[in-house]
Design a protein around this ligand. Sequence first.
Ligand SMILES: CC(C)(COP(=O)(O)OP(=O)(O)OC[C@H]1O[C@@H](n2cnc3c(N)ncnc32)[C@H](O)[C@@H]1OP(=O)(O)O)[C@@H](O)C(=O)NCCC(=O)NCCS
Length: 254
Amino acid sequence: MNLKIRPALASDLDALTWIGLAAIPFEPQWPYRYPFAAEFPEDHNKFTRIRYSEWLEAASTPECIIMVAESPSLQDKNITKVVGLSIWRIPRRGSNGESNNKCLNPCPSHPILTSSQEQKNRRLRKSIGRAQEEYFDQVYGTNQLSLAQLATHPDYFGRGTATMLLEWGVALAKKERWPITVFAGPMAYNLYKRFGFKTLVRVTTQVLDEEEKIEFPGMAWEPIDSVAKNERRCVSSAHQLLVVYDSHRASLSG
Ligand SMILES: CC(C)(COP(=O)(O)OP(=O)(O)OC[C@H]1O[C@@H](n2cnc3c(N)ncnc32)[C@H](O)[C@@H]1OP(=O)(O)O)[C@@H](O)C(=O)NCCC(=O)NCCS
C-alpha cells in the first residue's frame, strides 16, 4: 500500500469531514453523544464540518498538528486521496505552565441535540477532563503529546494507515522525549498496546439510574530515556475511575 503522510492543509476540510463522518461512529462514545446523527444527517454533517474546520484553525497555531495519510484511491489508483487523520496537541514550548489540553478542544454546539443530551455530553466531557487532569496532567504536567483523534475511513481499514500516523507521533515523541497520552477507543486499543502504550486508568461514565454507560481507557506511552527506569510512571495494573452523575451533582468512586 503506497501511503504517505503530511500535515493537513485547509483544503483537506472535505476529506477530514468525509473520514470523520464515516469512522468516528465506530467509537462507542459517538453514538452515545450524538444518538440522532443518522436521523438528521444534514445537520450532523454540518456540525462535523464545523468541528474539523475548528481543528484546522487550531492546527494553524503551534499547539496542534493534524497529520493526514494519503493513499491511492480504491476506485482509481491514479488518484490520491486523504484516507486517515490524526490530531495531536503539542506541548507548549516555554509555556506559562498551564496545560493546553483543556482549552484546545473545539466542540461547537450541535444543532439537533436536546438540552438533556447536551447536558449528558457536557458531563461526559467533564469526566474525560477529570481523568485527564488526575491521570495525565498531574503525572506529566504540560509536557505531553496528546492524541486527540485517530481515524481511518472504513473503506481503507486494515491497510496500515493508523499505524503509519502513530509511528509519526511516536517518532516525534522520542525525539522530543515527550510522553504520549490518549483516551483509547476499543478498535485502537490493541494498536496502542502494540506500540507500548500502557493503560493508566479505565474511566466509566454513567448517568444515575440509566443502564447505558460509556467506558474508555486512558493510555500513555513513555519514552524510555525520559525518566530513570525505576521512575517510570506507567503502572502495570490500571486504576478504575467511575463517574456517576445524578441530575445536579457528580459522585466519584474508584
Ligand atoms: C482504529 C483505526 C484508527 C485503525 O485504523 P487502520 O488504518 O485500519 O489501522 P491499521 O491498518 O494501521 O491497523 C491497526 C490496528 O487497527 C485494528 N483494526 C484495523 N482494522 C480493523 C477492523 N476492521 N476491525 C477491528 N480492528 C481493526 C487492528 O487492531 C490493527 O492492528 P493489527 O494489524 O495488529 O491487527 C480505525 O479502525 C478507525 O478509524 N476506527 C474508528 C475510529 C477509532 O476508533 N479511532 C481510534 C480512537 S482512539
